[in-house]
Design a protein. Sequence first.
Length: 143
Amino acid sequence: MRALFAFLAGGLFGAGLYVSGMTDTTKVQGWLDVFGAWDPTLAFVLGGAILPMALAWNVTTRRARAALGTEFPGRPAPRIGHNLVVGSVLFGAGWGLAGLCPGPAVASLFWGGTGGLVFLVAMLAGMLAAPPVRNRIDRLATL
């Protein structure tokens, strides 16, 4: 049952990304081009994501378990460290250069052509390379 709801939620999420234009790389890059041909329409997408999530967090504080019986994940520690800053910079740079982030990259596989596939392969390679690189950097920092 849980897998069915995950599949349905993922499908709804992907359809929402497509309808909102988040899989259109030119629209995303237009949002990021604040000094050029700025396209403010993705602000509505952002608001449409933040408002329901704020309501969902509010509901979870009053419930012990989710509708399917699982526990809610805990809130992450509000700590800003070098990993968060470096990760945010890399994410933003990749989003600006490619016009895609992980969710829209997966959604664009169905209608985005080879560009989305190339991005997804590069993203997966980066995800595989990140832990060993981070471990090496952490070891060098303690010397």
